[in-house]
Ligand binder design. Structure first.
Ligand code: ADP
Length: 423
């Protein structure tokens, strides 16, 4: 018989006894009331004991009871015991996780909804100078670099931000935010000092070599031009050699010039001014037209100027126009448009040339990347032109959009934001 049946049977038995005794003595009502009161008091006492036992978190053995209460105690005791076990296991896991994140070489900081510090590991304390006592403080109040504060408030964490370490400015950190859970964010700061040093060395090396090659190339070209002038054409081999040597020297000069320009574009922008883009485009198109037959159609739909560096913009626009002329038939038209849009200003250079395959579009702005096509005529180039365009546009908060279809032509558009408008 289960506990419930037993409990009900006892209650019924007591009720039968009370009925019989009540019937004999004539005190039925009194005895029934007494029985109900006794049963009630018994249950109240059990509930009180149960509540006291529940309150004791130790989860020790339950009091000695019988009937349905024994079952209740037993079930709750089992739940309590399982909970205790689970808590212990969870605690152990959290400890292990803490120990592993403590040992991480990268700084890790858990941030709350208002950028307040919730937890830090050892590397974060070492490299960001955070203390245990900084818990609850807002991180922008402690790491006060403007670029870091801008990054924190931007809500765009797709790219990391590079900042010096607040405790040692010889250490460079790459800081990244990873949102997770309900409003929580994990901040990871990685020491990239070595990487930055190597990058600097690479840039310096390219800049130094390019610079050192400039003078010998000028001398070489000068002598080759003199020799070419002196050539009386008696030896076709010699004439062809001079021609080839001069061509290759000029190619090397272009390469060196482009590399030096890219190096300049990687250093901070010095001065900006209001650039008369319509006039600049007029000049570039005139130069382009003198080199080829009249192929350029310039349409200036706005007379707007933009804030920027004229030299840099000239290089970018010249490269785009040069490519449009180079990679399209000699009798085709190249359209250059300068116009205003709802959210900015656009320069579009459109040709009716060979076009670019979709798979190549994302790669053509990489340094030294040239599309391999079976052209009838070999087109010379360094593969640095579009890398220069991309860098110049980045420095002007502008975007390069490339639309192209193989065999039909390409359109390279430079979109400048309205904040660059200055006239
Ligand atoms: P370069 O012209 O010196 O090779 P760029 O960086 O200017 O270097 O261009 C990279 C590649 O992109 C070129 O080799 C060419 O294949 C492709 N490209 C650039 N502009 C055009 C264009 N207007 N039409 C077709 N292909 C182009």
């Amino acid at each position: 018989m289960n506990a419930w049946h037993k409990e009900i049977t006892i209650a019924l038995l007591l009720f039968v006894i009370v009925t019989i005794v009540g019937g004999i003595t004539g005190w039925f009502l009194h005895l029934t009331l007494l029985l109900v009161s006794c049963l009630l008091i018994h249950q109240v006492i059990q509930i009180h004991r149960f509540e006291k036992w529940l309150g004791r978190m130790s989860g020790g053995a339950h009091p000695n009871v019988s009937g349905v209460w024994e079952e209740i105690y037993y079930h709750v005791y089992r739940i309590k015991k399982n909970n205790k076990k689970r808590k212990k296991k969870l605690g152990k896991m959290i400890d292990q996780f803490r120990q592993s994140t403590e040992a991480l070489p990268d700084a890790a900081v858990v941030l709350g909804a208002n950028d307040e510090i919730e937890w830090t590991n050892k590397a974060a304390r070492d490299v960001l100078g955070l203390q245990q006592s900084d818990k609850g403080q807002r991180i922008p109040n402690l790491v006060r670099f403007p670029e870091f504060i801008r990054y924190m408030s931007s809500n765009d964490y797709s790219e990391p931000v590079i900042v010096p370490s607040p405790v040692n400015n010889h250490i460079t950190l790459s800081v990244r935010i990873v949102p997770y859970g309900a409003g929580l964010r994990l901040m990871i700061a990685q020491d990239v000092t070595q990487l930055k040093v190597m990058e600097r060395m690479r840039k310096d090396f390219v800049a130094n070599v390019s610079h050192e090659l400039r003078t010998p190339l000028t001398v070489l070209k000068g002598y080759l031009e003199t020799l070419q002038d002196m050539d009386d054409g008696d030896s076709p081999v010699l004439t062809a050699s001079f021609h080839q040597m001069l061509g290759q020297t000029e190619r090397m000069q272009h390469l060196v010039d482009d590399l030096l320009l890219l190096t300049r574009l990687e250093s901070p922008q010095k001065k900006t001014a209001c650039v008369n883009v319509p006039e600049l485009l007029g000049e570039i198109c005139r130069e382009g037209d003198t080199l080829s037959t009249k192929r350029i159609e310039l349409s200036l739909e706005t007379d707007s100027y933009i804030m920027g560096d004229e030299q840099e913009l000239r290089s970018a626009f010249t490269n785009l126009l040069g490519n449009a002329l180079k990679y399209s038939p000699e009798d085709s038209i190249v359209k250059v448009r300068w116009y205003k849009t709802n959210n900015g200003l656009t320069l579009a250079v459109e040709d009716q040339g060979e076009g670019i395959a979709k798979s190549e579009i994302s790669r053509i702005t990489e340094r030294f990347y040239r599309v391999e096509t079976k052209r009838q005529k070999k087109v010379s180039g360094t593969g640095l032109g579009l890398a220069i365009v991309k860098h110049v546009l980045m420095r002007h908060d502008a975007q390069l959009v490339i639309n192209s279809e193989l065999g039909k032509g390409s359109c390279f558009s430079c979109h400048f934001p309205i904040k660059r408008l200055c006239h």
